[in-house]
Design a protein. Sequence first.
Lengths: 412, 412
Amino acid sequence: MISLADLQRRIESSELSPDAAVAQSVQAIAAHEKTIGAFVCRDANVRAASKGPLRGIAVGIKDIIDTADFPTEMGSKIYRGHQPRGDAPVVTLLKQAGASIIGKTTTTAFAANDPTPTVNPRNSAHTPGGSSSGSAAAVGAGMVPLALGTQTGGSVIRPASYCGVAAIKPSYRLLPTVGVKCFSWTLDTVGLFAAGVEDLARGLSAMTNRPELLLGAAARAPRIGVVIQEFAGAPEADSAAALQAAMKAAERAGASVRALVLPDIVAEAWRIHPIVQDFEAHQAFAWEYRANYDAMPPLLRGRLDESVGIKPAEYDAARSVSNRARKALRSLFEDVDVLLTFSAPGAAPKGLASTGEPRFNLLWTLMGVPCVNVPVYVAAGGLPVGVQVVARFGDDAGALNVARFVEGALKG
Amino acid sequence: MISLADLQRRIESSELSPDAAVAQSVQAIAAHEKTIGAFVCRDANVRAASKGPLRGIAVGIKDIIDTADFPTEMGSKIYRGHQPRGDAPVVTLLKQAGASIIGKTTTTAFAANDPTPTVNPRNSAHTPGGSSSGSAAAVGAGMVPLALGTQTGGSVIRPASYCGVAAIKPSYRLLPTVGVKCFSWTLDTVGLFAAGVEDLARGLSAMTNRPELLLGAAARAPRIGVVIQEFAGAPEADSAAALQAAMKAAERAGASVRALVLPDIVAEAWRIHPIVQDFEAHQAFAWEYRANYDAMPPLLRGRLDESVGIKPAEYDAARSVSNRARKALRSLFEDVDVLLTFSAPGAAPKGLASTGEPRFNLLWTLMGVPCVNVPVYVAAGGLPVGVQVVARFGDDAGALNVARFVEGALKG
């Protein structure tokens, strides 16, 4: 994989020109794209900017995010050839920081569950996960040092775990979702994929102009609460082993680690995530569903068919549960700095028919809290497995710092 | 003005066909549009649907809201000829309820302050207010029974007051803002203009599929707290008189009316509204400001130039103030059903150079609470003046019910 931090250091010391750094991505894409299929379209002639902290950094943008220089097709024939007039704010933020937009990455149709042809860069017989399939695969295959994805259920953390890359789903609205195709306005969150945790911190700090997100001295003795989300079902052996490995490594490195049980209202919030998501999806996709029913991606259409009867009162009740759960979760973070839990049920499922299950991600997306995937180990078939570090709302710096601590502990 | 409730009753009783009802709007627009200038584009051949509660209802849509059948130009040359692929959800919700979209109404550029050529339907030497200038004027001139606008500062309630029409800015996200050009994602709210409060209730209920928004028996003895928002400066004599008249009428009709002082933290929230708005606007308009600086509307560009230095930490602090103020406001609503306050500083200002000031609206937009403008009386020059009824978050039914009570009390 290409390390953003490493590129930045080499560019800053003039060992590498920004153009040479971008050319490295152009070449890597030329070499691997035919096998991986991570891109919908790309610009082989993209140039580097001469200034900005992200000069020389080639970025892939999930194809539900508007771009003025590339079509934005949402993974759906309904938007074939669709050319937005402007860039989404997250794209402009990247350009302002000097990044080069190298292309659009594959997305399941409308960031739902209908898969793309993209394969897992570690084992082409397996899915890269979704919905941010191309962004996770492009970083995992060493094509780009940074890519943008989005998460409504588990569309950033899960594919990151499957592809063995670091990723952050930041606090809700830390990055604007303006110009990003909406699935659920309460849930949709723009996230970043990169080779390691430091790379994420550098990318997110540059986009948001928040220096506090740059990692300082590594956290020395973080207080870590381990949650297994029993309400979400059991993990497979691979994810159970990853969580054990991360816990033990963190403990050895000096963290205080203890098991926590989430309050009932938080478990209840996990259960109502689909009500919030699907009620809003019926509004967000109202035009597509009403005016383009036959052209809708079949899995998403089926999901909308099944949820057509959700009443406003059920949605209001679900939002009330969500608000109470957020409050309960805030209290929990008085005793621990972060929570540590599964990123996905296991390693990437075989085949491309399914992008895997988001059941260990839904809760955190609804809570709006920052989550970081840290790759832990490589299971059978060369398939990576990660864990996620979850911090309290607004503490993206804390999530990144403890994630780096865990990442370092696993290496050491 | 055309009453939506009256049209519905006549259509239900087969006294009027849906097509004849829509034709009435087509004719009214043909008669008045040349004088008023409320529309950017329109469809003179629009047909009525044969079913749905809003069949026969012609609706004007503010031109920052995406429409598949009309260009969406945002009031700015940057979007000249821009044709969205799909309808915004609020447009589809209207169509699903049977409404006929008759055209796009004028908007100040990007719903900021740069005025449109639209004139006030009561006195063409005066502004109709903004940013939803065309929607307020089209309803006020009797062209359409219903129009959509949006409010980020005071862009629904203020023009409604100036044009003598009823309007509701519902609770934050009761109506989706997907497909609506974003100014500030924390503030932007889609609202409705109509002839009277019952018309608003019928329109909003049909769009949201929430029967509880239909007015029941009129509130008998609502508890009304009157607030003058002293932190927002003094009102002009016309608005002071309107508030007095509404208070007295409500009291005569049986309401309990008393003066309230808003807590300090709420006043503080009023002060930080521009920080939230402008910090988010810099992200929302990042592409326009960076890639189309020279073509930006001058007043908005000036506003962005002035606010370019807002730091993320200032924004975070402002959001914290806002959260605390919302909590304080919730407590206040334990003692009263609604608050009653000014809709605007006075009657519509003379000339078209300014759309007036939103200083009595900013707070309520930031608080996300439902606000209804009730026309009170006609001041010198034939210029209307209204008051606004404000209820607690989520109590849109309460806001509408008490607004109708006040409306009835003023007539009685």
